[in-house]
Design a protein around this ligand. Structure first.
Ligand code: NAD
Length: 279
């Protein structure tokens, strides 16, 4: 089976993450959904976090349990401290522990700078940055409590922050979003430095343009697609699986020595393609 753009779905080693427990936030849509499914296919038990849309979350759970692993849908707003603490407590109670956090939940509230309300600014910072802080903090407490279990993984825990190419590429009309992702980069690197001696690996993925509901305007019409492809040297828009497979590899011991890095998965968008002909 392959996705519309041809990303193969049957390439994952099925035992790569066997015995590991993963939490993916915002996992009932887009990149989070594909990542939760890929982690399950690679043998992990998976908690599918969602904030709205329980039916979609249950569908993801069904898809994952078909691989013979455990999965459950937990509702929580990642920007709400009490809800995040309760979600992590429940996961430890019901799944025993957490080995992998994919802090993926995110959103956009776009506006020209002088039109942007404080509410739009704050909401995006709350979900995209504070949400990752809260989930990472609660997961880390459990990683530290449990320590390394060598039969499960060489690390005591893995945190993958879903950032964006916009942690490095400025983005007119999206100052809240770009600032939140710039914040994610420095949060991730600081946590990586602080937690590496405890055998906790913190890294980020920087997706380029991936076909999901968050950016429908950018790929739905032929003109929009053409404009977008001009920014992508590899000449295709990404699929959620492109990110999901990177997350599986990054969460696994195959990448045990990767600490504090952002892996850009962007078809070359961060290569400043405008300079291919100009400059
Ligand atoms: P999406 O809209 O399909 O998914 C976002 C998910 O986050 C949804 O499930 C949504 O319900 C959830 N969410 C939003 N607010 C939440 C909250 N308060 N608590 C819990 N969940 C919440 O979009 P996507 O493209 O799959 O985005 C996933 C992540 O990837 C985001 O962090 C986004 O910034 C990042 N990203 C996406 C692209 C892209 O091109 N699609 C590019 C770079 C980065």
């Amino acid at each position: 089976m392959s996705s519309p753009e041809g990303a193969p779905r049957d390439v994952l080693p099925v035992h790569l993450l066997q015995g590991q427990k993963a939490l993916v936030t915002g996992a009932n849509s887009g990149i989070g959904r594909a990542t939760a499914v890929a982690l399950g296919r690679a043998g992990a038990d998976v908690v599918v976090n969602y904030v709205v849309g329980p039916e979609e979350a249950e569908k993801v759970v069904e898809e994952i349990t078909a691989f013979g692993v455990r999965a459950a849908a937990y509702q929580a707003d990642v920007s709400d401290e009490e809800q995040v603490v309760a979600m992590m407590d429940r996961m430890v109670r019901e799944f025993g522990t957490i080995d992998i956090l994919v802090a993926n939940a995110g959103m956009q509230r776009d506006a020209a700078f002088t039109e942007m309300t404080l509410a739009q600014w704050q909401k995006v910072l709350d979900v995209n940055l504070t949400g990752q802080f809260l989930c990472a903090r609660e997961a880390t407490k459990e990683f530290l409590r449990r320590g390394v279990v060598p039969e499960v993984s060489r690390a005591a825990g893995k945190i993958i922050c879903m950032s964006s190419v916009h942690q490095m590429i400025p983005w007119t009309g999206h100052v809240n979003y770009a600032a939140s992702k710039g914040g994610v980069q420095m949060m991730m690197e600081t946590l990586a430095q602080e937690l590496a001696p405890k055998k906790i690996r913190v890294n980020a993925i920087g997706p380029g343009a991936i076909k999901t509901p968050i950016n429908r305007d950018a790929w739905e019409t032929a003109t929009a697609r053409e404009d977008l492809l001009r920014l992508i040297p590899y000449d295709r828009i990404g699929d959620p699986e492109d990110i999901a497979y990177t997350a599986v590899a990054l969460a696994s011991d195959l990448m045990d020595y990767v600490v504090g890095t952002t892996i850009y998965v962007d078809g070359g968008m961060t290569l400043f393609p405008g300079f291919a002909t100009g400059g």
